[in-house]
Design a protein around this ligand. Structure first.
Ligand code: ATR
Length: 281
């Protein structure tokens, strides 16, 4: 209790969590806005996950974020699932509401908000090629389809997975699929190329998911992989004169949406952004 007021407790749970920048980002923003919240980080071992989730409820936590390796497992431990978590098949944010844990996934919506903040783009008339068909692609594909995108082609090294994801999203928007190896022409005709694969991540930072020759000056190229020096894909795209969008915004905006779910107030984006940059430096 502080000044007679209740302090609401939030947390990150994962294994490991010591490296996480979320506590610093959220606590700086809560201090700045003078909202009575505190955000902790709890390292939870796999065999104690269910006990920990029940413990947070017993202790009256307002909610929590979920990170690796529990985003999928958490689906079985909450009381209700928001549509975002249902479709994406993973939870990154849990909200306490009337004695229940409600699971959300704010990754896709966070990605979309980051893209819109960084580039003026009319997604409804935009031809989008999304590379990858894994968990990150499900989040981004769901967000694109629920925000009215008309032309989405999912391309993946394993075409079967692209087909499955396109089928899953079909009720929400027009989606096609293609093998990555056959995607040169559809990519040439696209406005926006999004990499959701892990290609370009440390230690394979020199790799690009597509040949740079496939990129032209008319493209917007977005990469979920974050590298402060830019991924090989984004470096190549810049050389070709394309506009680029980097992966760091997704972390900021998925957190901003979680903030809004917990507090029902707009997130102080500039404060959170600065805290994140300071934590990165
Ligand atoms: P995440 O949850 O991070 O999305 P994932 O579910 O394992 O991780 O998905 C990884 C994605 O990266 C998949 O689309 C994968 O392609 P496949 O389905 O063919 O495996 C893609 N990927 C990983 N390494 C790749 C590579 N070297 N070339 C092309 N695609 C790759």
């Amino acid at each position: 209790m502080r000044g007679g007021k209740k302090v609401n407790v939030l947390a990150l749970i994962g294994c490991p969590v010591a490296h996480s920048k979320s506590p610093r980002m959220f606590n700086t923003a809560f201090q700045d806005t003078q909202l009575p919240y505190v955000y902790l980080a709890h390292h939870v071992e796999p065999h104690q996950l269910e006990m920990a989730v029940n413990g947070l409820k017993t202790l009256g936590y307002e909610g929590f974020n979920v990170t690796i390796p529990y985003k999928e497992t958490m689906m079985n431990l909450v009381d209700e699932l928001d549509e975002s978590a249902q479709v994406i098949g993973a939870i990154n944010t849990v909200v306490h509401r009337e004695g229940k844990w409600i699971g959300y996934n704010t990754d896709g919506a966070g990605y979309l908000r980051s893209l819109r903040e960084s580039i003026a783009i009319d997604l409804n008339h935009c031809k989008v090629v999304m590379i990858g068909a894994g968990g990150a692609a499900r989040a981004v594909g769901y967000a694109l389809c629920t925000h009215g995108i008309q032309h989405l082609t999912i391309v993946n090294r394993t075409v079967k997975k692209a087909n499955e994801l396109a089928n899953q999203l079909a009720s929400r928007g027009q989606t096609n699929f293609l093998a990555l190896a056959d995607a040169e022409e559809v990519i040439a005709q696209a406005d926006l190329i999004i990499n959701t694969t892990s290609v370009g991540m440390h230690p394979h930072t020199k790799q690009s998911p597509i040949p740079i020759d496939w990129i032209g000056a008319h493209h917007i190229v977005s990469d979920l992989v974050y590298n402060p020096l830019h991924t090989a894909l984004l470096q190549g795209a810049e050389k070709k004169g394309a506009k680029i969008h980097t992966g760091d915004g997704m972390l900021l905006y998925q957190a901003a949406i979680a903030w809004e779910l917990w507090t029902s107030r707009p997130a102080p984006i500039p404060v959170m952004k600065k805290a994140l940059e300071q934590a990165n430096s």
